[in-house]
Design a protein around this ligand. Structure first.
Ligand code: HEM
Length: 146
């Protein structure tokens, strides 16, 4: 699949469509947890690794919270709300400096992880469109001037 990253500037809040619930039917909860685990394993080796937990235990918790969220927004059980409360994603990302280029790296790692799944092309596209657009909301820091 062609993983196109939408161009953006800080402060954009484009409309987001949730991923197709068929994604969860195909992956099952275990497959979704594997996808998110792979994403995080790639992130902690990436150019933005400093944003993410260093120790195994914190990394495992981060994977759990993130997978809980993605299962929930794909129409599954409300695991995230149960363990973390309302998603409030923008607010939860505020403590981290997320620049436009950090978003690009985050998405590149996701593209790799999505491509390794058994999702159909249409399912991959639905998942991708969601993270491509919603990730724009998480940008909270301008690119540093070198
Ligand atoms: C724009 C790129 C993004 C970056 C650089 C980023 C980075 C981070 C960081 C550093 C954390 C805290 C460590 C952790 O618990 O993983 C985090 C948490 C989280 N992120 Fe992101 N994130 C991005 C976009 C997104 C998007 C688009 C979503 C949802 C579609 C998302 C969902 C989550 C969730 C569910 C958590 C756990 C929140 C919690 O339970 O406290 N992130 N993210």
């Amino acid at each position: 699949m062609q993983y196109t990253i939408s161009e953006t500037s800080m402060g954009n809040r484009p409309n987001v469509s949730l991923p197709n619930p068929i994604i969860l039917a195909t992956l099952k909860e275990e497959g979704m947890r594997n996808l998110i685990s792979r994403h995080y394993d790639l992130l902690v080796e990436s150019k933005i690794k400093d944003l993410f937990p260093e120790n195994e235990q914190s990394l495992a918790m981060a994977k759990k919270h993130s997978a809980d969220f993605f299962i929930q927004i794909c129409g599954g059980p409300k695991y995230f709300n149960e363990s973390r409360g309302a998603p409030r994603m923008v607010a939860r990302h505020m403590p981290f400096k997320i620049t436009p280029s950090a978003r690009v790296v985050w998405l590149e790692m996701f593209a790799k992880a999505i491509e390794e799944t058994n999702l159909s092309e249409e399912e991959k596209k639905s998942f991708w469109d969601y993270v491509d657009i919603f990730s724009i909301w998480m940008i909270n820091t301008p690119e540093p001037i070198n």
